[in-house]
Design a protein around this ligand. Structure first.
Ligand SMILES: Nc1ncnc2c1ncn2[C@@H]1O[C@H](COP(=O)(O)OP(=O)(O)OP(=O)(O)O)[C@@H](O)[C@H]1O
Ligand SMILES: [Mg+2]
Length: 235
């Protein structure tokens, strides 16, 4: 569905992505795991039209992905960026409305968002900057869903959150996926990401070095020792 073929990107002399290829299949969750600086956010920014790759191709449903972010959003690909980027001085509701700029009305989207995230419903008039970290991440995801995407690109949704909240976020991602939205999930939290991913790949220094199912990578000896704290996945 979303196919990345031989993509390379450099920031000046720093090559952040080297001939990266993978495919996100329709209706699936694909995880990209990797350490700090592996190139995960750079990959997501290329997909969202924020960065322009120097070489390689991105196709979506068999046709080249447009270059401009607003056109990419109209095609149904939405990025929930690392660090969330909510507007702290706007209310929860206003933040959601900003996510609806490509659709004619925000009413349906808000209704669905409040059904999925009852905590946001209770806090809709509250300033977004006063939400907890987990609630802010939920708001960022809910805002991403406002334009009714087909593919959600999630960059480090678990960053800085307590383990129990990370579990909630992972369940929400699975719930979103069950509604038919394909998910590309970038995570440093390899254990959690592999636990919910149908397919996954490992990015190291800008190159994909392993690809497999979530279970295959979670049981890979190299990944266990380098990314899963040396113990086998138990859940
Ligand atoms: N704006 C920039 N200018 C120069 N180099 C950059 C820039 N942004 C990222 N880089 C470099 O590109 C490489 C990949 O960075 P990127 O942010 O994609 O990594 P990441 O996998 O998302 O890391 P993290 O897990 O810490 O978020 C790093 O070496 C980083 O220093
Ligand atoms: Mg990053």
């Amino acid at each position: 569905m979303l196919k990345v073929d031989n993509l390379s990107f450099s920031y000046g002399k720093i090559q952040a992505l080297k001939n990266v290829s993978f495919e996100l299949e329709e209706g699936k969750i694909m995880a990209i795991i990797g350490a700090n600086g592996a190139g995960k956010s750079t990959m997501m920014k290329c997909l969202a039209g924020i960065l322009r790759p120097q070489s390689g191709n991105i196709t979506y449903c068999g046709v080249p992905l447009p270059h401009a972010t607003h056109q990419i959003v109209k095609k149904g690909l939405v990025l929930v960026p690392e660090g969330r980027w909510i507007f702290p001085n706007l209310s929860v509701e206003e933040n959601l409305e900003l996510g609806a700029y490509t659709v004619s009305s925000a009413i349906d989207g808000k209704k669905k968002a409040y059904q999925m995230f009852p905590k946001l419903d209770e806090r809709k008039k509250q300033r977004a900057g006063t939400l907890s970290g987990g609630e802010q991440q939920m708001l960022a995801i809910a805002r991403g869903l406002m334009s009714d995407p087909k593919v959600l690109l999630l960059d480090e949704p678990s960053l800085g959150l307590a383990p129990l909240i990370v579990n909630d976020i992972m369940s929400i991602i699975q719930e979103i996926n069950k509604k038919g939205i394909s998910v590309l999930l970038v995570e440093q939290n390899a254990r959690k990401a592999l636990g919910i991913a149908h397919k996954a790949c490992l990015l190291e220094l800008g190159s994909i070095v392993k690809t497999g199912t979530g279970d295959e990578l979670a049981n890979d000896a190299d990944i266990i020792s380098a990314y899963l704290g040396g113990s086998r996945k138990t859940s």
